[in-house]
Ligand binder design. Structure first.
Ligand SMILES: [Zn+2]
Length: 295
């Protein structure tokens, strides 16, 4: 597979991936399967959740207080309608941009979930109840034992993006190895989930701004590198700025982690804490994809 990945690290490979993306992208990539909660009466979505055609968006966050209460939470403010003019515009060719927040004056933040080691069924149940939007950056070594786990999360409208095959610190490996890592994960995710990633996140954020990594990413298909502003720990956020406050458009890094990495806490407990930290600062969560014009 890695040898194949290297062969894909060419313009021809990028074209092939583009073709795949086009072929698989017709349905929008995210068709919710099954009802979120068996027997539940569909909640009336806020007007901002309505699509231009007037139909209700089944991926919008739940507004049912009972479902939030089930997880120890109060309902989050509905995500505002995303801007028609996307603040981040990706191009098909050339250098890929690096961003760690989204230019917006809406009081929203964006959640990203990395790696994929923890596969807690209760997290899927929680997301089916609450439909909080997030973006996944999945790394093959941690997902290959169960690609299927992430499919119901994808079906809720959450996109799956590239995070390498083996999680090396990219600045410590050769350009050829970088391409194996990025092109390899690109191929796996496209094959397993039917949609080619358009975003890449380097492990540890390492090398995000290097021209070598930029070239490697360009060669494999993703059209932006996504860094972050805050990191979610177990109960609290770690900030990169001294004011220790969320700002409009911040991208938050969290992980698929379980008790072995969270000092006994579960993925769902961590996620509840994350949502509380966001709520208590007056923010709500929006979907990163809705703020990006795809190439
Ligand atoms: Zn990672």
């Amino acid at each position: 597979m890695e040898r194949h990945g290297r062969a894909l690290g060419t313009a021809a490979g990028a074209l092939a991936l583009t073709a795949l993306a086009t072929a698989c992208g017709a349905g929008g990539g995210a068709t919710p399967t099954g009802s979120p909660t068996a027997g539940a009466v569909p909640v009336v979505a806020p007007s901002s959740a309505a699509t231009p055609t007037g139909s209700v968006d089944p991926t919008a966050m739940s507004t049912d207080p009972a479902l939030w209460s089930k997880w120890g939470l109060k309902p989050m403010r509905p995500s505002p309608a995303p801007p028609a003019d996307k603040p981040i515009k990706l191009t098909r060719t050339g250098k890929v941009p690096v961003f760690r927040s989204v230019p917006t004056d809406q009081k929203v933040v964006f959640i990203t979930l990395d790696d994929g080691a923890e596969k807690d069924p209760r997290f899927v149940a929680m997301m089916r109840d609450l439909r909080v939007p997030f973006t996944m950056f999945l790394m093959n070594d941690t997902i290959k034992d169960d690609y299927g786990y992430f499919k119901p999360l994808q079906a809720l409208g959450n996109s799956i993006q590239n995070h390498t095959l083996h999680h090396p610190a990219m600045s410590t490996v050769s350009a050829a190895r970088q391409r194996e890592e990025v092109c390899g994960d690109q191929k796996v995710i496209t094959t397993e989930y039917g949609v080619a990633p358009f975003l890449f996140r380097p492990p540890y954020g390492d090398g995000a701004y290097s021209s070598t990594l930029n070239s490697s990413v360009q060669a494999c298909g993703p059209r932006a590198i996504v860094y972050w502003k805050e990191t979610m720990q177990i109960t609290g956020l770690q900030y990169q700025t001294g004011d220790r406050k969320l700002q409009d458009g911040d991208i938050i890094l969290a992980h698929f982690r379980g008790p072995s990495e969270l000092k006994g806490e579960t993925m769902t407990a961590m996620f509840v804490n994350l949502l509380k930290r966001i709520q208590e600062q007056g923010f709500t969560v929006a979907r990163l994809d809705d703020y990006i014009r795809k190439p």
